[in-house]
Design a protein around this ligand. Structure first.
Ligand code: HEM
Length: 459
């Protein structure tokens, strides 16, 4: 025991792969072929819950399981760190780059807009977006492709509520295209070469940023003229916030960077959730029937059919939210994320050297049979009796950086499902899409999930 190296000298087990590229390509390739979870699980089986590797140009420690998650979400020895590719795309002043006081300030500002007290005023607006979307893109069709439609829907909701960009507004369609390309280059080896997704992503990000800067200046003018208020949209809200000395709380650059990050963080995640709920429900007629009953009861308790849903109605959609949670457990939109060690850290007898990247992933914990009985089974009732133990359901992260858009996602999801399940029945077109999806890095079902739809007869 005398010669045993002190823990502080011990790096976690694991191989570092090729210089610079490390294991990035291996992981990305696995994610694209629907084996990303297995790729991580294999490393965990080989090296345990704490292991080292190299990702996106940086030495990295992979952490899995509830104890490691707790460490990631609550330790003050870690700062946020996105892969360099993400920083270059989303900007230096986005919430994902900030820590300590700056992080609290920007997060507090975003939360002014995303908190339940504010959101309850937007349920009606979201209700309108959802109904218009279903009338325009679902009604009267035999087949639809779910994923692109859900992206269109969540983009519509978010661009209206965040930027005041209503349907038909100049720039809204171009922004939608740019955002699709931005997402494609997020997790990449950050080399700006022609024909790479990374370069396309950078270009789209520059265009989107110019548009958002214009929107911010316009919103500022409208506020001055009294044509907008703090509750008009996120940009107006951020512009109206002042510190105790009356100075603007966020700079224009911060507003643009954080509008970008909120759109990226909020749009694709919610559309993935909605898409996979549709997929899982197609295979689970009993759950779907129970959901239809839940929504019919709510609809019957309201006046005429034109009346919009309210915050109180959403509180009654308990089964629907459990279906959402179970979908998030099985197909977490966020595969995992990164932090940086701000000093040498001892963990489980190993050292994580200062400056190294820490990588937490959701799937290993979500698929742990000791936490979730028969983890591969879709079973919304597992969220019925008790909440999952701390730091084991991590689709929204945890701690100081837990997703501030969770309530927003909840509102969008519940409102959409309310109208979808009452108006339509659906069947999957491709058998293979039942269990297959790839990650890029967000999950995407085969062929975007084409379904056959039929109008439900009114009860
Ligand atoms: C189903 C939908 C969503 C999922 C699964 C999701 C998931 C997550 C996760 C896992 C994190 C934490 C990442 C980490 O700690 O490393 C996060 C952070 C964040 N999310 Fe969400 N999110 C969703 C919807 C939204 C929406 C709708 C918005 C905004 C409208 C949003 C805005 C944000 C922001 C700004 C952060 C950064 C918070 C910080 O760093 O303090 N998210 N989200």
């Amino acid at each position: 025991a005398k010669n045993k190296p002190r823990p502080a000298n011990l790096l976690p087990p694991g191989s570092m792969g090729l210089p610079v590229i490390g294991q990035s390509l291996g992981l990305l390739r696995a994610m694209r072929s629907n084996t990303g979870h297995q790729w991580i699980q294999d490393r965990v089986d080989r090296y345990g819950p704490v292991s080292k590797l190299s990702l996106f140009g940086t030495p990295t420690v992979l952490l899995t399981g509830p104890a490691a998650n707790r460490f990631v979400f609550f330790s003050d020895t870690l700062a946020m760190q996105q892969p360099r590719s993400v920083t270059r795309i989303l900007g230096e002043r986005s919430i994902s780059e900030l820590s300590g006081h700056d992080h609290k300030r920007v997060r507090g500002a975003l939360y002014e807009f995303l908190k339940p007290d504010m959101l309850r005023n937007y349920v009606g607006r979201i209700d309108g977006e959802v109904r218009r979307h279903l009338d325009e893109h679902w009604a009267g069709r035999d087949t639809v492709t779910v994923m692109p439609l859900m992206k269109k829907l969540t983009f519509g909701i978010i661009s209206s509520l965040l930027f005041g960009l209503e349907r038909g507004a100049v720039g809204r369609d171009a922004l939608a295209g740019d955002f699709a390309r931005i997402a494609e280059g997020m997790w990449a080896v950050p080399v700006d070469l022609p024909l790479t997704a990374f370069r396309r992503s950078l270009r789209s990000s520059a265009r989107a940023r110019r548009l958002l800067a214009g929107i911010t200046r316009e919103a500022e003018a409208k506020l001055e003229r009294g044509e907008a208020s703090r509750s008009s949209d996120l940009v107006a809200c951020l512009l109206s916030l002042a510190d105790e000395r009356g100075a603007r709380l966020l700079s224009e650059e911060e507003i643009v960077d954080n509008a970008m990050v909120t759109l990226v963080a909020g749009n694709d995640t919610s559309s993935v959730l909605l898409t996979f709920m549709v997929r899982h429900l197609a295979d689970d007629p009993d759950t779907l029937a129970a959901m239809v009953r839940e929504h019919e009861e709510i609809a019957e308790s309201k006046g005429d059919d034109g009346e919009a849903l309210t915050w109180e109605d959403l509180a009654r959609m308990k089964l629907t939210w459990r279906v959402a949670l179970e979908t998030l457990r099985l197909v977490p939109p966020i595969f995992g994320n990164f932090r940086r060690a701000t000093r040498d850290i001892e963990l489980d007898g190993y050292v994580i050297p200062r400056g190294w990247q820490v990588f937490w992933v959701s799937s290993v914990t979500h698929m742990d049979a000791t936490i979730f009985h028969e983890p591969a089974r879709f079973d919304p009732s597992r969220f019925e009796s008790q909440a999952a133990p701390p730091c084991s359901f991590v689709a929204f992260g945890g701690g100081a950086r837990i997703c501030p858009g969770m309530e927003f996602a909840r509102v969008e999801t519940l409102v959409t499902m309310h109208y979808l399940v009452r108006r339509f029945k659906w069947k999957l077109c491709c058998e293979e899409s039942e269990n297959t999806y790839l990650r890029d890095p967000l999950p995407s079902p085969l062929n975007g999930l084409p379904v056959q739809i039929e109008h439900r007869a009114s009860p």
